[in-house]
Design a binder for this molecule. Sequence first.
Ligand code: CP
Ligand code: NVA
Length: 305
Amino acid sequence: MRHFLSILDTSSKELDDLLTLATRLKTEWQSGGNEPLLSGKVLAMVFQKPSLRTRVSFDMGMRHLGGDALYLSPDEIGLGKRESISDVSRVLSGYVDGIMARVFDHEHILELARYATVPVINGLSNFNHPCQALADVLTILENFGHLEDLNVAFIGDGNNVATSLLFSCARLGMNFSIASPEGYGLPEDVIGKAKEIAQETEISIKSTRDPIEAVKNAQVIYTDTWVSMGQEQEMKQRELDFTPYQVNAELVSQADPSAIVLHCLPAHRGQEITDEVADGPHSKIFPQAENRMHAQKAVLVTLMG
Ligand code: CP
Ligand code: NVA
């Protein structure tokens, strides 16, 4: 692995290795602290959009491993505006040991990686959110002790988070179903690529309009915002279209009794998820958020160690 840009570019073996390392680093941290595997190393964190989890989990992950992180806000760099992406990439490569970037257009993270001489990590693009998916899978693994043959149901927008989750399911042997309103499903090419991967792992991939059908027999129910960053002008229409796609107690009761509920956060409580579910017995959203840090430490050590 040279960069971590998409689950699509990450093999099942690489994902397995990252999960094993994440588990080891988490246990080590819980038992008193991590070895300084990234001593003296610095990660530049470039943000074109706001963040809580990605920013803080990467920063703390670097500190725990003996390194440091630099936060570069949207206004500071002006990625592609004040300065071309290729120039930013080459300049940063001379100063730091790794670059994590949150961008709008996935092409921008690819361009950063093309010109960088240090590893580049995707901290969310419009196409996908691989760091989130790794934390999601770690959380599922911790809860069930295995991944193969679990049924994962995504309720809502076929967005970046749904895309990474689907690719992870296809790579790691979990069946995937998604319920979305018409016009908001996963892109055809994403489903097509996942189906190619699924020929090896033999998982099933289903798309439906019916949330109840999607969660039937599901051990994992996942949702995300109806309005991703950059789509704020569509908010009113989306809120109308997604209203029947709320993850509430009634929907959770239709799933497997052992089901866990995941959400990448930030949550819009009362919209895609109710308080009752987010704070209820099935919810694993806060362990999942903590796992961002543990999963990303594995990525950092693998790429920068
Ligand atoms: N889940 C996630 O990426 O959260 P932030 O947008 O707060 O980083
Ligand atoms: N789909 C959301 C995820 C936020 C972590 C977005 O892109 O805004």
